[in-house]
Write a protein that binds this ligand. Structure first.
Ligand SMILES: [Zn+2]
Ligand SMILES: [Zn+2]
Length: 366
């Protein structure tokens, strides 16, 4: 049994892979959004405006006061604008060109992203409508597709929208989002577990879906929500094999590879800094990390370690098998399955979802 650390245990970066600028229905310029990301401490963002891919914007942004650097990459959130309601939003990351011409055919779009070396995520796969603001639900509906990298398990603005059930509720939500935002939709978690149950890899990410639009309700006007606020909320942490390169092409490849492999976890940063959270599996051949496969050639030890005390839940094929309060959870399995970890922490009165790991796929020997 090897005690070696998994190769991707050292180099953690924090990113947000779903946001809108003034190139679609957001309010910030590319530069303003980059500055907000730097102020929030992010390492990488991908611009995902609706049906528009913008050339010449990739590179590094350096905050003038703090010197904090953020890697800026270009992506696109594609949907078919002629369809009503405008369902099936697909986050296309790392595609070096416009792909919206495939918008009306989800499978062709997924294939195009893969062909261009990108990764693709089904955005807000399950949604609830907010009729008060004339916002219909925009779920994914064509579930016969294959080849997508993963799903957006937790979309901050989708969850926020689900609280806008009346005018008083909307005002409360706009001023006290921290009292409401709690976790991904249970239906989305169940959907994800269904997708991975037969061993298919489906990577989960979390995103802001930031727009920073101003909403008016009678005399009240409020920006829902500033970019920087959202970049301190639901993010995706990536685990890299090496420090993030200073060469743009190499750094981009590192980010895309980590996303593709699922070397990632989702974190709600307001409930506590989650940098350092790890979920590993150790078998005969060594130690692997979230997103990886491990062969069941003897017992496999699953281990979650947390930088802060939390309620840690280990799930196998969507069902909880162990739960503990603390910084570490260890479980030995002799059975194959899809294992993932959820961590919960108390924040603003109640327990909130804090960390959602990608799964480790324990494969039986055939
Ligand atoms: Zn969308
Ligand atoms: Zn969006």
């Amino acid at each position: 049994m090897s005690n070696a650390q998994p190769p991707n245990s050292q180099f953690e970066i924090i990113g947000n892979f779903h946001l809108h600028t003034d190139h679609s229905d957001g309010t910030g310029t590319h530069r303003q959004v980059a500055m907000a990301a730097a102020q929030a401490g992010l390492d990488v963002i991908v611009y995902t405006d609706h049906n528009v891919w913008v050339a010449g914007k990739e590179g590094w942004y350096t905050h003038p006061n703090t010197g904090k650097k953020v890697l800026l990459l270009m992506g696109e959130e594609v949907h078919d604008p002629r369809r009503f309601p405008q369902v099936n939003h697909y986050l296309c990351l790392g595609v070096d060109q416009e792909v919206r011409e495939q918008a009306s055919r989800p499978q062709a779009l997924i294939n195009a992203v893969n062909r261009h070396g990108g990764v693709g995520f089904i955005a807000h796969p399950i949604e609830r409508p907010a009729p008060l603001f004339d916002e219909p639900e925009l779920p994914w509906v064509d579930w016969n597709v294959t080849g997508f990298t993963g799903i957006e398990l937790w979309n901050y603005m989708s969850e926020f929208k689900s609280f806008l059930t009346s005018k008083p509720a909307a005002v409360f939500a706009a001023f006290f989002p921290g009292l409401l935002i709690a976790e991904p939709f249970r239906e989305t978690l169940a959907l994800w577990d269904d997708l991975t149950r037969d061993g298919q890899k489906v990577v989960a990410i979390g995103g802001a879906d930031a727009h920073a639009n101003v909403y008016s309700l009678g005399p009240l006007r409020r920006t829902i929500f500033p970019y920087e606020y959202l970049f301190r909320a639901v993010n995706t942490h990536l685990l890299l094999d090496a420090p993030l390169s200073s060469d743009l092409a190499s750094a981009k490849r590192q980010v895309l590879n980590a996303l593709r492999a699922g070397h990632a976890f989702i974190a709600y940063e307001l409930a506590g800094p989650s940098r350092g959270f790890r979920f590993t599996a150790t078998g005969h051949a060594g130690t692997v990390s979230m997103g990886d496969d491990v062969r069941l050639d003897g017992p496999v030890t699953l281990r979650a370690t947390s930088p802060l005390p939390a309620r840690l839940r280990l799930l196998k094929d969507g069902r909880e098998i162990v739960q503990t309060q603390g910084r570490e959870l260890i479980h030995e399995t002799k059975e194959p399955g899809v294992f993932r970890v959820e961590a919960y922490r108390r924040y603003r009165i109640k327990r909130r979802g804090w960390v959602f790991s990608n799964p480790i796929y324990v494969r039986g020997i055939k």
